[in-house]
Design a binder for this molecule. Sequence first.
Ligand SMILES: Cc1cc2nc3c(=O)[nH]c(=O)nc-3n(C[C@H](O)[C@H](O)[C@H](O)COP(=O)(O)OP(=O)(O)OC[C@H]3O[C@@H](n4cnc5c(N)ncnc54)[C@H](O)[C@@H]3O)c2cc1C
Length: 440
Amino acid sequence: MSGRMRVDALVIGAGAGGLCAAARLAHHGRRTLLVESRDRVGGRASTVEEEGFLVNTGAIAIEHGGVLEDTFRLVGAPFDIRVPTPATMFRLKGRDVDISRGGWGVLVNGITRKGASLLGGMGRARGGEMPDSELSVKAWLDGHTRNRTLHAIFRNLCAAIFAVNSDEMPARAFLTYFIQKGAFRNFGFSPSGTLGLMRGLSDAVVGDGGEVWLESRVRALHVEGARVRSATVTRGGEDVEVDADVVISNAGPAATVALCGRDHFDAAYLARMDRDLRASANIVVNVASREPLLRAPGIVTFGITRRLCNMANLTATCPELAPPGWNLHVAYGVPVPAVGDFDEEAEVALTLEDLRDQITDFDARARILSVRVMRGDWPAQRSVAGLDLPRETTLANLWNVGDGVREYADGGVQACAESARLAVEEALALAGPRPSAVLT
Ligand SMILES: Cc1cc2nc3c(=O)[nH]c(=O)nc-3n(C[C@H](O)[C@H](O)[C@H](O)COP(=O)(O)OP(=O)(O)OC[C@H]3O[C@@H](n4cnc5c(N)ncnc54)[C@H](O)[C@@H]3O)c2cc1C
């Protein structure tokens, strides 16, 4: 052991949830240490350079007008995104359709004249009449329509937002997200890549007196009397023992338990974690081209496909992401099954076949920069929407944040920001007023 230090708050991992938590804690005057094992912040909301293109590791569409933007404003970090208009289009029978004015009615009626039952079901959901919690999106939809295109659109929405197939998530969570919360209408792309945006939060941590340690890993959490007392952190090849009043983990609930040891958690918590926490997978294809491959400025969600669910031309709004004269697109596929084992090679091949179907002369016009399969420990999402674990753990001063512990039917980076807001609120309540505030 080569050192010891004390902080008010330790945050493990600088993904979206960890960054929002650390920035809020530092803003509230807590001496905060944010430890990240990678060489950059952002986790699955970050950016790497590939052949001169700024390619995102995960999140591209950043929702504005909610708790994520509120967090940036609160801590004084720049929220620099560019909003495509329209943000979302649906590709139906070869045409990209803008539903921003007519909503679900325009979408459903544009596909079939027999959409009344489905629109009725959606209307009832808006009024609070929800299907049973066990019913999947597919089973719920089967009760309203057999239309193939509608089934494909719903599957691709489940895939695009939640990285699952329509038989893998509860209809109640889907309807809560899209109908009751009206989520994912307002978003933009970051011209410096998602990393550029997330760096603003880590700068705010430092600006408010905290520290951010990159290429450093929390290796163990030491528990005493149902509280975390300290952490062993490896930094630059040396171990540092960090004493902390509160600990917020962005490593995912299973990794958090492993850092402490299962013995410190009660049986009900562990049983729920073992039963419910199932990561989902997706396939990311980063594509460069000289001419734009899409006409839409935002995200296109496809109709009938094998695996491909959506695609964006990021350079339509953010040309900075590509070298001059080039376009950068990203396309997503979701395997079958998305939760559980699948044949990676075959699933990637099906996603690429879809791209060839959807984009005219794809092979001649497009250059694939990279194909990434997000699964296992580095998944598309750490839990299936509707089945997230609670933020609180068995240990009084330990919380999780991120996409394993979202509020019911929340999604995306916005959900991670909300988990951080709530965890910090609870941590501040537990820790009480700042020592300096007590003195003055
Ligand atoms: C391909 C893809 C596309 C997506 N698109 C969108 C989108 O367009 N819009 C949207 O809103 N959402 C999108 N999402 C979802 C969103 O990106 C994720 O839900 C979100 O980024 C997850 O953040 P998180 O807070 O759970 O942290 P994570 O990203 O999981 O980060 C956790 C961090 O903790 C670090 N860490 C773990 N263990 C330790 C340790 N012991 N010590 C130190 N550090 C540690 C890791 O290195 C990592 O950086 C997408 C996801 C994927 C995969």
